[in-house]
Every structure is written in C-alpha cells, then in structure tokens.
Write a protein that binds this ligand. Structure first.
Ligand SMILES: Cc1ncc(COP(=O)(O)O)c(C=O)c1O
Length: 299
C-alpha cells in the first residue's frame, strides 16, 4: 500500500509519545520503531527535537514522523520559529510524511497562541496530515469523533481503509461535534482557564515534595513528574522501587493515586498524572502524594 508505514519515528523527547503509536507502527511494519534514545529530556529545548528529526529522517526507510503539540504527556509546546526549524530539516527528506496530532490545540497556558505545523510549514502541506478531535477541547472523550486534513491522495487511501474497519461514527455524536466546533467557544476558554489553574496548583505542590520534579507544562492537561530521586528508595514495607512502574504501583496501593509510568511513553523515570479533575481532588491527591513520598527512605 502506497502510504503504509514501513518505519515510524516518534519525535522525542516528549513531543509525540501517545502510547498507541508504537503499537500501530509495529502492526504496520513488523518491529521497526526507531527508539531515538535521547535520555533525560529537557522539554523546552527544541534542539533535541530537531536532532531527533535528523536522526529519524536520515534513515531512508522512515515513512512518518509523528508530532503531538501540545504534547501528551509533557505538555511541550513549540513556537512558530521552532516548528519552521523542524520543517527545514524535513524539507530535505521528501519521502518522510508528517503526522501532526493537534488534539490539545485549545489547551494552552500563559497566553500562548497555538501554532499548527502545517501553517508554520506551508511548503510541506502536501505531505502533512493534521489530526484533531473533539475529545479534549469539548470534553467529548468517548463520543469517538476525530477528524483530519491532508493531501488528497492520502485522505482517499485512508478513506478506503477506514470504510472497511469502522461502520460509521454515530449520528448523534456527529451532530454534537458539529455544534461544538461551529458554536460559541466561550466554554473552551473557560476550560482552558480552569486547566491552567489546576496546572499551577500541581506545579506549586510538586515543588514542595522532595524527590519529585515537574517542568511546568505549556499546554494539555497532564503533569509529567520526574521521579529519578525515588529510584532505589525503600517503601515502608521494605520493597525497593527500581523503576517508574514500581513507583506508580506504590502510589496506587497506599494513597490511591492512579498514574501512568513514564516507561509507557518510553521516557523514564517519570510518571504522568491527569489534571482533568477538580481543584479539591487535585489538592487531596497532592497531599497524599507528598505523604507517600515522605514515607520512602531514599537511596
Ligand atoms: C495526543 C492524543 N491523541 C489522541 C488521543 C485520542 O483521543 P480520542 O480517541 O478520544 O479522540 C489522545 C487521548 O488521550 C491523545 O492524548
């Protein structure tokens, strides 16, 4: 198939690690997912991303670069200039297609304005697929409505595949999505302000917990919390925490906080919490997290 991925690169750190992407690439192409292995991320340093794109694109078998901005899990956001710098790298590699997942476009903090990859790089439009959906901005997770824009040949091929695997998005969800997208956007701005308040609470409270770090996310609704200092720590029952999966199991068992280990995003040692919860609940969670961490004996 002309557009099947024969090799997929996730641009890391943090930019595009939605957990199902690696699995999708594996289904499409065996096991050829490139691990760019950039180590400890600095979420605010686009030089890493550009270097990652170089590494991925220079491999002649790379078919897709997947971006997700603002990102899940780290909330990374890039400026127009940074997106253009990334585009300049990709311009030199005409066989590489670009998927830009922009589902968090409306959830941006500190007055940031959204920059779409395709708008920043109009010369790459004929090989950019822009993906979006109503789940995040309109709190419509579960309504199963997403959409995309891209070159006609690619969309035509996608339509052929999609029509065989999905018998149609429910009419009620389609009508609701049309109203969400075309109606007044006041609620989106209200949601964004609420998410910023919650982001601030989590950033402030994590700063008070010895052993945890949090680079303030620029968008999306997660906290991707650094937990390097907890590796090797001893729990009150004498277990040693040797990775971020064990850290998330520990905070789930005692203080009942559900988190996703960084290893699910191929970025360790971190864990991701969601801030799609009330201020009260987040405050309680931070109290419990602080108490659980303080009970550990650090290595
Ligand atoms: C970056 C990103 N893309 C896509 C999705 C999937 O959204 P949905 O399947 O609800 O449309 C998610 C969900 O968390 C996400 O974080």
């Amino acid at each position: 198939m002309k557009f099947a991925a024969s090799r997929l690169a996730q641009v890391k750190p943090s930019a595009s690690a939605w957990v199902s992407q690696a699995a999708k690439a594996a289904i499409a192409a065996g096991e050829d997912v490139i691990d760019l292995g950039l180590g400890e991320p600095d979420f605010d340093t686009p030089a890493h991303i550009i270097e990652a794109a170089h590494q991925a694109a220079l491999n002649s078998e790379t078919r897709w670069i997947m971006l997700n901005l603002p990102s899940n899990p780290a909330g990374a956001v890039y400026s127009n200039a940074e997106l253009r710098a990334l585009g300049a790298v990709l311009a030199k590699h005409p066989d590489v297609l670009i998927l830009s997942d922009e589902i968090y476009e409306h959830i941006l903090f500190d007055g940031r304005k959204f920059q779409s990859f395709a708008v920043a790089n109009p010369s790459l439009k004929d090989r950019t697929l822009t993906v979006n959906g109503v789940s995040k901005a309109y709190a419509m997770t579960g309504w199963r409505i997403g959409y995309c824009a891209g070159p006609q040949a690619l969309i035509a091929t996608m339509t052929k595949v999609q029509s065989q695997i999905c018998s149609g998005a429910c009419a009620i969800a389609q009508a609701a999505a049309a109203v969400a997208l075309s109606g007044p956007q006041d609620d989106v701005r209200r949601f964004c302000a609420a998410f910023e308040e919650r982001r601030n609470l989590v950033v402030d409270r994590i700063a008070l917990i010895d052993g945890l770090t949090l680079d303030p996310p620029g968008g999306a609704f997660y906290g991707f919390i650094g937990s390097a200092a907890l590796i090797g720590a001893k729990t009150p029952s004498g277990e040693i925490l040797s990775n971020d999966a064990e850290i998330t199991a520990y905070i789930l068992s005692a203080p009942s906080i559900a988190a996703v280990p960084g290893s699910a995003y191929e970025l360790s040692p971190f864990f991701r919490i969601s801030t799609a919860a009330s201020m009260d609940l987040l405050s309680t969670a931070m109290d419990r997290l602080g108490a659980a961490v303080s009970k550990l004996t650090l290595a």
